[in-house]
Ligand binder design. Structure first.
Ligand SMILES: Nc1ncnc2c1ncn2[C@@H]1O[C@H](COP(=O)(O)OP(=O)(O)OP(=O)(O)O)[C@@H](O)[C@H]1O
Length: 146
């Protein structure tokens, strides 16, 4: 009975997934001598804070990971469910300055305009959603806590 229950549990879709994204140090932090205190475990969605505290998430993106990979890995699969009528929400959570707007909102400078590597998740969702929903309802599905 226990085994059968475990199988049923395994079969359930995980409704909430958590991705950790660590951004690179910004110039101000570098000038102040800040250093990254996180260690990333290659091939594992795990991060070690300091020397001993390890945390595992569904996805971990280290500071070298570009917008495109974050989108493809953690967000794009939600679109297929969305088009079948399921709801999907991407929620950015983190302290001020941690990179929520960068990840969700896209470009910051005119130089970045049109650079696909620099645009955030909303920018990548929007054209895909517009193909199916002319009214473009992406604002209802994707939120950034600005
Ligand atoms: N992945 C990244 N790569 C390079 N720079 C980044 C990245 N994420 C964030 N930054 C930079 O870090 C700074 C803070 O990012 P951002 O404004 O997105 O934070 P935030 O969480 O939205 O802050 P707030 O809550 O105050 O609005 C910005 O200068 C941004 O360009």
């Amino acid at each position: 009975i226990v085994n059968e229950q475990l199988k049923l549990e395994d079969a359930k879709v995980i409704p909430v997934r958590v991705a950790l994204r660590s951004r690179p140090l910004v110039p101000k932090e570098i000038n102040e001598g800040c250093q990254c205190c996180l260690t990333f475990v290659p091939g594992e969605p795990q991060v070690i804070v300091g020397t001993e505290k390890a945390f595992t998430y569904d996805y971990v993106f280290d500071p070298t990971v570009e917008q495109e990979e974050v989108f493809k890995t953690a967000v794009s699969s939600l679109l297929s469910g969305l088009f079948k009528g399921y709801h999907a929400t991407v929620l950015a959570y983190g302290q001020t300055g941690s990179g929520k707007t960068y990840s969700m909102g896209g470009t910051y400078t005119a130089a970045q305009e049109g650079d696909p590597g620099s645009t955030g998740d909303i920018n990548k969702w929007e054209p895909k959603l517009c193909k199916c929903f002319p009214s473009c309802m992406y604002g209802s599905f994707v939120y950034s806590l600005l």
